[in-house]
Design a protein around this ligand. Structure first.
Ligand SMILES: Cc1ncc(C[n+]2csc(CCOP(=O)(O)OP(=O)(O)O)c2C)c(N)n1
Ligand SMILES: [Mg+2]
Length: 431
């Protein structure tokens, strides 16, 4: 994770260094510099630029897109069994989205469909690092995280088809559902960034109940520009709350390339401003994603506060099914296609580690296919909700939800001296 270096060298005459924005700044004896941990085994060397021609706005890519695909980085923590389990989740994630695309094309989906194509390693390996008592708040591209957390493919399928048996009983056509009873999943919030303070609040609630837990959520390279992102991370930072924030750096925010979204070199640099650690990982490498998430979760348990993980990858489809992503230069898709997270993981398991024989792989794929087919059948055959049910479940009626503490009775601080309170807090933060 990133480390601070305090520069103490005395500058005889004003020397100058370039900061991120390319401006010259004087080097003073007390000047500090910061380092960002970067676990990737390659760094792409290309840039996207906006061009205007004949009254049209397009994007052009320049740089080297022919570099060889690097190997995966061995995990410090994952066993063979766990790697294969994550690979299975990633396959299920991809194949479920293919099934959703087909359902959409058959006219069975009521709204749009959002995909996490190319981001399966980020969704699945991150959620895999959470413990049972931790909390997850996915965004639209994290259907893989929902699978890992215990939702079935039929839940996602029925939700998109607005069926009566869907998690929201047909009241929402996309992914706005969660489960605060058993799976500890907070529903996505469409206003980008708003999940961050909500999850900081969940961690604070757990702490008041005597528990340091990890709360994981995601924000895109576009969404991280919002003010509420700053407010949420800053609050988690000053309160030492166990927020594990994945910045899904997938190069596009709708049709805006990341070059036009921010001026820092890497979004992990934002962590310096919050005073929290960060790390850059290759978001198409499940081992790197898992290791970073695992370490961040462990920090959360120790009460050491939030971690920002920037996962670099590519959104391999448009924003949603209605968007053909014609604005993305083809070479960029080709570059990332060679870095497909599932193909790379497969190659790692089968060839680099020899952990998965061709026969075992075939068997695993056949199991995923038949499981999905059964789930699809159930989802398609689920009825549509009766019209008259529309007015139910909109507002809470008094007493319809019992809100009770999840872990223990919250500790109420009354009548204690400030030193006793400080001792109590220290014990909670750093146990
Ligand atoms: C506060 C806010 N502003 C704008 C939008 C509309 N919007 C929805 S998704 C999106 C693009 C998000 O891009 P990014 O955060 O990079 O996520 P990605 O789609 O790449 O995963 C926008 C602008 C929104 N939902 N919330
Ligand atoms: Mg994006």
């Amino acid at each position: 994770m990133n480390s601070r270096k305090h520069k103490t060298k005395a500058a005889k005459k004003p020397a100058y260094s370039k900061n991120g924005a390319g401006r010259a700044t004087p080097v003073f004896p007390q000047q500090r510099s910061y380092e960002i941990a970067d676990w990737r085994l390659e760094k792409p060397h290309f840039k996207v630029r906006q061009i205007h021609k004949h009254g049209e706005c397009n994007y052009e890519v320049s740089g080297n897109l022919d570099t060889p695909v690097p190997p995966l980085r061995d995990s410090k923590y994952l066993s063979q069994r766990q790697c294969i389990e994550i690979y299975r989740w990633m396959l299920l994630n991809r194949k479920m989205e293919q099934a959703l695309e087909n359902l959409y094309k058959q006219g069975k989906v009521v709204g749009g469909v959002y995909f996490g194509l190319g981001q399966e390693a980020c969704s699945c390996a991150s959620a895999y690092a959470l413990g049972k008592d931790d909390w997850l708040a996915p965004m639209i591209r994290n259907q893989g995280s929902l699978l890992v957390r215990g939702f079935a493919p039929r839940d996602m399928m029925m939700q998109y088809m607005a069926k009566a048996d869907s998690p929201t009983k047909g009241r929402d056509g996309t992914s706005h559902f969660g489960d605060i009873e058993t799976r500890n999943v907070v529903s996505p919030i469409s206003m980008l960034g708003d999940l961050i303070p909500v999850m900081a609040g969940v961690a604070l609630g757990a702490r008041l109940q005597g528990r340091n837990i990890a709360v994981m959520t995601y924000i895109g390279d576009g969404g991280q520009s919002t003010g509420v992102t700053y407010e949420g991370i800053n609050f988690a930072a000053v309160q030492n709350l166990g927020l594990v924030l994945f910045v899904e750096s997938n190069l596009w925010a709708y049709s805006t390339p990341s070059e036009m979204q921010y001026r820092v070199q890497d979004l992990a640099e934002r962590a310096i401003g919050y005073g929290i650690p960060s790390v850059i990982v290759d978001g198409t490498d499940a081992c790197q994603v898992y290791d970073a998430a695992h370490e961040a979760v462990e920090r959360a348990y120790r009460g050491q506060g939030p971690t920002l993980i920037e996962a670099k990858m590519m959104r391999m489809k448009g924003h949603a099914i209605h968007d053909a992503a014609g604005y993305v230069p083809k070479l960029v898709f080709e570059y990332w296609h060679k870095r497909d997270p599932i193909a790379r993981f497969e190659n790692y398991l089968a060839n680099a580690k020899k952990w998965l024989s061709p026969r075992e792989r075939e068997k695993l794929i056949a199991e995923v296919d038949s499981h999905l087919e059964q789930e699809r059948e159930i989802a398609v055959n689920s009825p549509m909700p009766p019209g008259e049910s529309a007015e139910g479940g909109v507002y809470c009626e008094y007493g319809c939800h019992e809100i009770k503490p999840k872990y223990a009775m919250p500790k109420v601080r009354t009548g204690k001296s400030s030193s006793a309170r400080a001792k109590e807090e220290k014990a909670l933060h750093f146990k």
